[in-house]
Write a protein that binds this ligand. Structure first.
Ligand SMILES: Cc1cc2nc3c(=O)[nH]c(=O)nc-3n(C[C@H](O)[C@H](O)[C@H](O)COP(=O)(O)O)c2cc1C
Length: 383
């Protein structure tokens, strides 16, 4: 790829047309990707988060997907992620939502239970073991484990499963009450819901384990319960991925489009309004076919899809290289082409939007020279 930022001749106007996500009209095709910032205390977002999200909405993100919000104490990644419980935590989100709405933006809450991916040593209650489908995320003797494994925890009982489903539904209802425009379930990257999806991490022998349809059951029951609690017109999105943490970037959890269909069809029937297909490079094709993961998801479900990964940047997300400055890159023409050809509906922008709160406005103006590289310094504060 070229070192140059592409010329201003790319016609990006399609990015600035509205799109409907389950009844929520988003003004343009640009979504701020969910990004954990670790500035919350006692589950309450820092005051500085209000301006941080408002600036991205003002700066041209039609949709903001929040950082992962914990659905329970045991599901919280660390002690510094926000919660959404009624009281100070929900009140702070209400202020964020009011500000985003005041500048014409839409905002959806990403609901996150980390399961065995919880960082127990940084958790509010490190004495409590993490919970997941089985005790160990990956068996220590699998070749995959060489890439890194989450530490062991406790296998969820039926009572744990029931309680966890209820917590997701309560969090969604709290999101609705706090003025969010919808929710996105974090079912990607090897966290709890994904731990149930993936054959390697779901080695249960009850009705929540076994074949892919059974491994999808936990997510289906969460979506059904959320739908029951929030009613028919509150948008539910779902983010999923092939890749897993920690560092399992080449995993192909789903072998082919038929498997993707087995997973996505019951999720759609349960009530998912849109999908967020999490990849590290949005243009890479999947399953040795011409389509990307987002493209396949759209084809199978007929639902709107967000594509994501290295938009406007030269290098993919990689936790081992988070400190590397990544320059703006010439890939906007492909973003436009994929939306024009119906392979995706929105584009998620992560790191580029941390460095450029007004990423959308700069792109709309064709002012690519004003785009600054992603630098890890962007994580140091809520600027
Ligand atoms: C600092 C940081 C925090 C992130 N936190 C989350 C998160 O809470 N939930 C999630 O689904 N993805 C999270 N991601 C992944 C991003 O949403 C996005 O998928 C990824 O960064 C690739 O997009 P990009 O290349 O535009 O940065 C995070 C990424 C970064 C850089």
């Amino acid at each position: 790829m070229s070192d140059q930022i592409e010329s201003t001749t790319v016609d990006t106007s399609i990015l600035f047309t509205p799109v409907d996500l389950g009844g929520c009209t988003v003004a343009n095709r640009i979504a701020m990707a969910p990004m954990t910032r670790n500035f919350a205390q006692d589950g309450v977002l820092a005051e500085s988060a209000i301006g941080y999200y408002r600036r991205r909405a003002e700066g041209g993100a039609g949709l903001i997907i929040t950082e992962g919000i914990a659905t329970s104490d045991i599901g919280a990644h660390t002690a510094t992620v926000p919660h959404l419980t009624p009281g100070p935590a929900a009140d702070m989100w209400r202020r964020v939502n009011d500000d985003v709405h005041a500048v014409g933006g839409k905002i959806m809450a990403q609901l996150w239970h980390t399961g065995l991916g919880r960082m127990r040593e940084f958790a509010a209650d490190p004495e409590q073991p993490s919970i997941g489908p089985v005790i160990e995320y990956l068996p220590a003797d699998t070749p995959l484990a060489a890439g890194g494994i989450h530490p062991p925890g406790r296998a969820m009982s039926q009572a744990d499963i029931d309680a966890t489903i209820d917590e997701y539904a309560a969090a969604a209802a709290n999101a609705q009450a706090a003025g969010f425009d919808g929710i996105e379930l974090h079912a990607a990257h090897g966290y709890l819901i994904d731990q149930f999806f993936w054959s390697q991490s779901n080695r249960r022998t009850d009705g929540y384990g076994g074949d892919l349809a059974q491994r999808t059951r936990f997510a289906v029951e969460i979506i059904q319960e959320i739908r029951r609690r929030v009613g028919p017109s509150f948008p539910i999105g779902l983010r999923f991925s092939q890749w897993k943490l920690p560092e399992h970037y080449t995993v192909q959890a789903l072998a082919d489009p038929a498997e993707l269909e087995v997973m996505l069809t019951p999720l759609t029937q349960a009530g998912v309004d849109f999908y967020d297909a999490s990849t590290r490079r949005y243009w890479e094709t999947e399953f040795d076919t011409e389509l990307t993961l987002a493209g396949w998801t759209k084809k199978i479900t007929g639902r709107p899809v967000i594509m994501v990964g290295s938009v406007g940047l030269a290098g993919p997300l990689d936790t081992a290289h988070m400190d590397v400055a990544v320059r703006p890159e010439a890939n906007l023409g492909r973003v436009v082409a994929m939306i024009e050809t119906g392979r995706a509906d929105l584009v998620g922008v992560g790191r580029a939007m941390l460095s450029n709160p007004d990423w959308g406005n700069k792109v709309r103006a064709g002012d690519y020279a004003a785009l600054v590289p992603y630098d890890v310094q962007a994580l140091a504060s809520h600027w």
